[in-house]
Design a protein around this ligand. Structure first.
Ligand code: C5P
Length: 233
């Protein structure tokens, strides 16, 4: 996979105008944009169309978690918007995930369906408070296996999990990794970071890279720099 297809830049903004500026600045270097709850709640499907009209792909990061019928309906709506990747909480359960998979069956090119294991904002104590006796380290691979079993294509995971998950889940399972920082960028609030090259070497397929690119003085130059780093053998 070349760097343009591997790097996903999140459009973590609250308006179409801001999103448009970012897409205009980056669409020559970046082929994939992530639309999350902030932009989708503000701008809805227009945000998706803005990205696809620029010839780029969309990861719709809305982390569905609802009854199976509702999630299946949401997935159908996402399919009709031609998104390339979307996600849901694995904790939504097998029936919900299977319903999501079925909802994509009639599409010629179905989106990549990803599961969210444990939000990285949880620490052990916060995670246990939700009622789980298992620690985060054990819960992540178990949830990933449940996702695979229900027919999902992959999971979002932190760089520290990618190596073990790649070994456990096999070659075809898609691993999407945020928490990426090039060596020349600041870590900001991300704690367990890897460089783009390290993450790919550990087994990551797609890299979500936000502020090192979007917050740079020259985002396009920063995107090019990351892409160049990845393409050097
Ligand atoms: O700016 P930064 O590179 O930290 O952005 C990372 C993106 O990935 C943000 O959109 C953030 O919400 C998302 N994300 C994350 N950690 C996760 C899941 C998603 O940072 N575990």
């Amino acid at each position: 996979m070349n760097a343009r297809d591997r790097i996903i830049v999140p459009l973590d903004v609250g308006s179409l105008d801001e999103a448009r500026r970012m897409i205009d600045a980056l669409s020559e270097e970046i082929g994939y944009f992530k639309i999350g709850n902030e932009l989708f709640t503000a701008a809805g499907p227009d945000a998706v169309r803005m990205v696809t009209d620029a010839g780029c792909r969309v990861f719709l990061d809305l982390k569905y978690y609802d009854i199976p019928n509702t999630v299946a309906g949401a997935v159908k709506s996402a399919v009709s918007l031609s998104v390339d990747m979307l996600n849901m909480h694995i904790l939504g359960g097998r029936a919900m995930m299977e319903g999501a998979v079925r909802a994509t069956r009639e599409t010629a090119s179905p989106p990549i369906l990803l599961g969210v294991t444990v939000l990285t904002s949880y620490d052990e104590a916060g995670w246990k408070e939700t009622g789980f006796s298992q620690g985060v380290t054990d819960a992540v691979p178990e949830l990933a296996l449940r996702a695979k079993d229900a027919g999902l294509d992959g999971v979002v995971c932190s760089p520290r999990e990618v190596k073990d998950l790649r070994r456990l889940m096999g070659k075809e399972f898609v691993l999407v990794t945020p928490g990426i920082r090039p060596s020349w960028a600041e870590a900001q609030d991300q704690k367990r970071i890897m460089t783009p090259k390290e993450a790919v070497a550990a087994g990551s397929d797609y890299l979500v890279i936000g502020r090192p690119i979007t917050g740079a003085a020259d985002p396009r130059e920063a995107a090019r720099r990351v892409a160049d780093e990845l393409e050097v053998a």
